[in-house]
Design a protein around this ligand. Structure first.
Ligand SMILES: *Cc1c(COP(=O)(O)O)cnc(C)c1O
Length: 222
């Protein structure tokens, strides 16, 4: 099936209030244009080098989401244009994003990444770490970032009950943080969870943003 058909087919299966981030990593600009021409405007990439090569070739009204691990020394490359950074897991990174966003007089939306999977990875916060980060006084000085929600990736497994549990945890963290730190902040509302293999469960558990690559563009070309 063509990308535009896959996209339309896909959009028909998800609720209207769930935003689709089309993950275009490893795919050429032509594929992105095909989805764009079918109406898609939110795209995600996980490699800085790839994003900064592709973005200038594509229409300016695309909202670019960076969904990969971001090193502080790479922030400067995407600060002029990136809409949202999904995987923020330190105050140091937030400060760096703020510093570069300020130069361009922009506010960059950020999500706090949680480690919800059983796999060991060095990325992602637990609730205590997120609580510490959000309690830090330095955060109030960062006017050029806005923390708009949370993000997480479930374990890569066939055990869908486990996946469901992990998403449920993330949704609970969201509620906890909302009550403690963002009670009057309407913008703190996003839960970025769900990929091609688990998005239906993610939506059932309260996802507001799903990050879908394979189901729209086909297998990644590594
Ligand atoms: C690649 C990727 C996705 C999309 O994965 P698919 O299984 O192709 O839908 C989502 N989120 C992140 C962080 C990714 O790196």
């Amino acid at each position: 099936m063509e990308i535009n058909h896959k996209l339309k087919h896909f959009l028909a299966t998800i609720p209207e209030n769930v935003k689709l981030i089309a993950i275009s990593k490893t795919k050429p600009a032509e594929d992105i244009m095909e989805a764009y021409n079918a109406g898609q405007r939110l795209f995600g990439e996980n490699k800085i080098q790839e994003l900064i090569v592709k973005a200038p070739q594509l229409p300016g009204d695309i909202q670019w989401h960076f969904v990969g691990h971001l090193q502080t020394n790479k922030v400067k490359f995407i600060a002029p244009f990136v809409k949202m950074i999904h995987a923020v897991d330190s105050l140091k990174l937030l400060k760096e994003i703020n510093k570069h966003a300020l130069k361009y007089d922009r506010v960059i939306d950020c999500l706090l990444q949680f480690h919800i999977a059983e796999e060991t990875t060095k990325f992602g916060l637990n609730l205590k770490e997120a609580d510490d980060l959000l309690s830090n006084d330095e955060l109030t000085n960062l006017k050029n970032i806005q923390i708009v929600g949370v993000m997480g990736m479930a374990t890569y497994t066939d055990d869908m009950e486990q996946v469901r549990n992990e998403f449920e945890h993330l949704a609970n963290y969201m509620v906890t943080l909302k009550k403690k730190f963002f009670i009057d902040d309407h913008y703190f509302k996003e839960i970025s969870m769900g990929m091609s293999g688990d998005y239906l469960i993610a939506i059932e558990e309260g996802s507001t943003m799903i990050r879908i690559g394979t189901m729209i563009f086909g297998e990644q070309n590594y």
